[in-house]
Design a protein around this ligand. Structure first.
Ligand code: F6P
Length: 192
């Protein structure tokens, strides 16, 4: 069977503050996750990955740093661009842009941040990556919440409207194994 691994980056300084987007570094907890992840793959607790794909953002590169495999930074794996709301907390967004906040709440899938993106936009830019990934085996994808919701939703045949609400927790390896046409999912919560 074909196996692909997915994980969010370790907790970032922005995650700690509840701020969205940006290019923050890992928090101390996030760094511990990076070590645990490297240990997991380097010690053959799982298979040896042939490649690690990250986004271009610091938090995914730092998370992948210790894994012994060639790394590739893929622009299409960057997190949802929140446009004018980058760097805000959800409370600040609600205060400063109440109409935007309400619109997003009404249709999170299609809502596009001004000067930014929607979940549908992410699906569009992910298409080539998803096609390439289907040809791969033992690749580890270190990504972001919204992007991983789209990727996992695609492989698991989720309904489009469910994508923005899929649960992709931090500090967890999502192992997808394909038996021909159907993907089996396993969540490995790392003790850190
Ligand atoms: O909060 C982390 C984060 O990755 C943000 O950068 C991003 O805007 C957000 O999650 C996406 O999640 P949601 O669509 O639920 O706001």
């Amino acid at each position: 069977p074909q196996t692909i691994y997915f994980t969010r980056h370790g907790e970032s300084e922005y995650n700690v503050l509840g701020r969205i987007g940006g290019d923050a570094a890992l928090s101390p907890r996030g760094e511990r996750y990076a070590l645990a992840l490297a240990e997991h793959f380097n010690s053959l607790a799982d298979v040896e990955p042939v490649a690690v794909w990250t986004s271009e953002l610091r938090r995914t590169k730092q998370t992948a740093a210790g894994i012994h495999a060639p790394k590739r930074a893929v622009r299409a794996l960057n997190e949802l661009d929140a446009g004018i709301c980058e760097g805000l907390t959800y409370e600040e967004m609600q205060e400063r842009f109440p109409q935007e906040f309400a619109w997003r709440d009404q249709d999170k899938l299609r809502y596009r941040y001004p000067w930014g993106e929607s979940y549908i936009d992410i699906m569009t830019r992910l298409r080539p990556v998803l096609a390439a990934l289907q040809e791969e085996h033992n690749v580890v994808v270190v990504g972001h919440q919204a992007v991983l919701r789209c990727m996992l939703g695609y492989f698991l045949d989720a309904k489009l409207d469910e994508l923005p609400y899929m649960n992709v927790p931090l500090h967890t390896i999502v192992k997808l194994t394909s038996y021909g046409y159907k993907y089996n999912i396993e969540m490995i919560k790392m003790p850190i």
